[in-house]
Design a protein around this ligand. Structure first.
Ligand code: HEM
Length: 341
């Protein structure tokens, strides 16, 4: 396992190095959303006062050991929150392979062991007090911070769900080849607007995707026509073709989503998308809508990341409020993983 992770890290770096590159908003996209009863900044101030420091210390240790886990744990929050809400249902396991983890949409998702590791530390300090759902949110926040992104205040008070279904993940997570209409629909059914979409897509300023995720749709079989995506920058495409061989369906080679600065939470993702160098179709699709394109262009030209960072904090708060269980709903488990069948 350790060797596999080392290889992954090496592959990301190698590909990253070889790929170095050279309006007014409508109300529907406005941030932030409405507060949710039961969630509060500092919810554990009395019941577990050190929890946020504990999570940060553990995240620091995790990322120091393997920096690819920072992005992985940021992605983890997206996969938890979009499916049945932010309730740690992604941690539940199914013996019959019918849980969220078994969905194609969870392909390549990492961080299960690390969430469990953080939970164990938190349990030792404050037994049966802090939910796994909150730990996922705190870990994502710290992943951003440890990549030199903002350290925004996080609401806590979520409780854990007990249901996990593959078909929910199949239905609720947008595939990487989604177009802009599909992306906006996936987000809007969850109550997230175009601005949440374009801001949260900025998470792809760190981390990587495996060739099997994008090579077919972008390099070798765009729209099922056996050609390269015509909207992809030609020099970048040539570079990607070197990394991802044709015809390898399970190619796990990791390619940086933002090779300019794969572990730096910055604006270069938007500069790349503006320059037709977004890695996933869903990244490039942000240029196909006047509002999301306007935002990409503004961030690509911005001298400072301040506006993006403020928007990001608001959008992560919105996503962190999705379908949460609070008060007497749900449960606080001793471990995050549990079998549902
Ligand atoms: C807008 C729709 C989105 C789509 C279609 C999408 C899709 C993907 C895919 C396919 C990967 C690569 C998986 C792999 O090959 O291993 C990925 C990676 C990633 N995604 Fe997204 N994503 C979206 C939104 C988000 C959001 C909202 C976040 C976080 C808030 C996020 C954070 C990440 C991160 C950090 C990575 C890198 C993971 C790693 O290095 O292990 N994504 N995403």
């Amino acid at each position: 396992m350790a060797l596999k992770l080392q290889l992954l890290a090496a592959a990301v770096v190698a590909v990253a190095a070889s790929c170095r590159p050279g309006l007014a908003d409508p109300a529907v996209g406005a941030l932030p959303g409405l507060p949710v009863a039961g969630l509060a900044i500092g919810f554990y101030n009395e019941s577990c006062p050190g929890v946020e420091d504990l999570v940060l210390a553990e995240m620091r240790a995790i990322v120091e050991k393997d920096r690819t886990l920072g992005p992985a744990l940021l992605r983890f929050m997206f996969h938890d929150c979009l499916v049945r809400g932010c309730d740690a249902s992604i941690m539940l396991e199914s013996r019959s392979n019918k849980g969220e983890q078994d969905s194609d949409a969870s392909y390549g998702l990492r961080g299960y062991d690390e969430i469990e590791q953080i939970k164990a530390k938190v349990e030792a300090a404050c037994p049966l007090t802090v939910s796994c759902a909150d730990i996922i949110i705190l870990a994502a926040r710290d992943a951003v911070y440890l990549s030199n992104g903002p350290r925004y205040a996080v609401e806590t008070g979520r409780r854990d769900g007990t249901v996990s279904a593959k078909f929910d993940a199949d239905n609720d997570l947008p595939p990487p080849f989604s177009n802009i209409v599909d992306l906006k629909t996936y987000f809007s059914v969850k109550g997230l607007g175009w601005k949440d979409l374009v801001v949260l897509s900025g998470s792809h300023t760190i981390g990587s995707a495996q060739c099997s995720t994008f090579a077919s749709s972008r390099l070798y079989n765009f729209s099922g026509k056996g050609v390269q995506d015509p909207s992809l920058d030609k020099a970048y495409a040539a570079c990607l073709r070197e990394a991802c061989e044709p015809g390898l369906e399970d190619d796990a080679t990791a390619v940086a989503l933002d090779p300019t600065s794969p572990y730096e939470f910055d604006l270069s993702y938007y500069r790349r998308v503006r320059g037709d160098k977004g890695l996933l179709l869903s990244d490039q699709a942000l240029m196909d809508d006047r509002w999301t394109r306007g935002y990409v262009e503004r961030m690509a030209a911005a001298a400072s990341p301040d506006e993006f960072f403020a928007d990001y904090a608001a959008a992560m708060t919105n996503m962190g409020r999705l379908e949460v269980l609070t008060g007497d709903s749900g449960e606080i488990r001793e471990t995050c993983a549990a079998y549902v069948d």
